[in-house]
Ligand binder design. Structure first.
Ligand code: DHB
Ligand code: MG
Length: 228
């Protein structure tokens, strides 16, 4: 099903657009170290990571919230969106968080990344309360890449702690086209369907879904902007 042209184009554009740099070294180190510790190879692709970095840079966000740290690969991209950006990242696995902390330190961004260990459904409502109480600043950019079953809860919580015009990027929404399969029973697909359908009815958000192909196969992301 995977098409080798997808990989060929990724390799060609990588060669010309992502030149050798300290950032690329840090990113490759993060993937290698994550793999050595047995983390699954489900980080965002290189091109998706760079797109995230550029979107976050364009948004001007000073505070980014990530849900789903894994080994910190996307976190390193996000932390490089602006020199003074702060990333708060939520991870349910202590083991993943320990590996990610090594990778973030090696990438030179550990002092600008706050790792919160806990499940998104427990941590995000707490962050909402802290933002509402003025104990932490609202976020200008969200990257949601955790348990897909809870994607609607995460988007809903994000809206409650977002600056006007904040961006919300949700990974793995299309899942080989299964998003549009009405008879789907996989909870991750059902979670994404619920999220897309609720976002469409939500007056706080404008959103689209972009389909992608890469060595991560056929997938896609939802991109939403908070009104205001
Ligand atoms: C899965 C999760 C991801 O975040 C991803 O990028 C790919 C796959 C998964 O749970 O299957
Ligand atoms: Mg993902």
């Amino acid at each position: 099903e995977e098409d080798n042209r997808w990989t060929a184009v990724d390799n060609y554009t990588s060669k010309h657009l992502n030149t050798a740099s300290k950032l690329n070294e840090a990113l490759n180190n993060a993937l290698k170290n994550s793999d050595a510790h047995g983390l699954p190879p489900i980080s965002v692709s290189e091109h998706q990571g760079k797109f995230l970095m550029l979107q976050a840079r364009m948004s001007g966000a000073k505070h980014i919230l990530e849900v789903g740290l894994l080994g910190g690969y996307s976190t390193i991209w996000l932390a490089n969106s602006n020199p003074d950006v702060k990333v708060t990242t939520v991870e349910v696995s202590e083991d993943n968080a320990a590996v990610a902390k090594e990778n973030l330190k090696a990438a030179g961004v550990a002092d600008r990344v706050e790792v919160v260990v806990g499940s998104g459904v427990e941590v995000l409502p707490r962050l909402v309360e802290e933002v509402k109480a003025g104990k932490r600043p609202p976020f200008g950019f969200f990257f949601i890449d955790a348990d897909k079953q809870n994607n609607w809860t995460y988007v809903d919580n994000a809206c409650e702690m977002a600056l006007p015009k904040a961006c919300i990027y949700v990974d793995n929404v299309v899942r080989k086209g299964n998003l549009a399969e009405e008879s789907a029973t996989d909870e991750r697909i059902l979670g994404n369907r619920k999220m897309v359908e609720n976002v469409g009815k939500d007056s706080r958000l404008d959103a689209t879904v972009i389909q992608t192909v890469s060595d991560k196969n056929y997938d896609g992301f939802l991109f939403a902007v908070v009104k205001g």
